[in-house]
Ligand binder design. Sequence first.
Ligand code: 5GP
Ligand code: MN
Length: 324
Amino acid sequence: MMRLDELIEQAGTIAVLGHTNPDGDCIGSCLAVYNYIKERDASRKVTVYLEPVSAKFAYLSGYDKIESVPEQCPKPDLCICLDSADKERLGMFKPYLDGALRSICIDHHVTNSGYAHENIIDANASSACELLYLQLDEAAVSKRTAECLYTGIIHDSGVFKYSNTTARTLEIAGKLMKKGIDFSSIIDDSFYKKTYRQSQIMGRALLESVTFLNGTCVFSVVYKKDMDFYGVTRSDLDGIVEQLRLIDGVECAVFMYETDVMTYKVSLRSKYLVDVSRIAAFFGGGGHVRAAGCTMTGSVHDVINNLSAHIEKQLRENRENSDV
Ligand code: 5GP
Ligand code: MN
């Protein structure tokens, strides 16, 4: 097994990939490895390829160097894949992995099957950033790289509150704080801050949410026409499903938004009993035990009915084995 440092050392050109609809952990891990490589050798050809990234991450060093358009026949010496559970999640940048001489995947999704040459997968890690940190030379992690890593960790751990947070997560966060980062601003500006429109659409989604299975589950849906009305895009919907999950008595929250005719991007969250990654995987998606997603087709009624059957089954089975 080759170490990340060795692979980087031997590569002339490096492509760094994340997943479609990039989130804080994806962006943070990609830019962290970019800064880490560039700071050690500015002449090294390394490029981060991601779908357009939300402007709220513009404070991260390297943000303005992100490429959003793939080349024709890419052949990088090394392809580094971060936070992406499978090849398909690499989206339009998948050819970089296929054309690469060598590849390494660093990821924390249970559903990851190890699609690169070298695979560092740990489903117990809070984030790809936590795993990536463990691969880096601690002394060579700069304040800028620390800002990227800290951003990824707080996003995937919900600012250290999700069940994926461990003592190791906090130890690493502590080491990153020691690099002099402005952690309060990072948390406020990239995680909690909302534009007026984002607040409005969240309010609307909460107002129109519906509970099912005797109040143990809740769902809400945002249609394309609503998104157009409020002038929002999919990234403006971040945080809605987490808010639904917080509702008293709710074990499982479902949030979905329309991406096409009869097509919905579904986000699933749970508290204690339901393994939502299994449900998402059944419908062609994936993710983690308490946070997962997939794309589903049909009417909203169909989608909820299909999900509900799986949730109910798990609730029934898991209640028998627990006293929650
Ligand atoms: P979210 O609900 O925030 O979009 O995603 C929650 C988690 O599930 C994330 O870790 C994300 O990587 C994963 N996830 C969401 N959608 C999909 C999907 O369509 N396929 C796979 N494999 N994972 C997904
Ligand atoms: Mn992640």
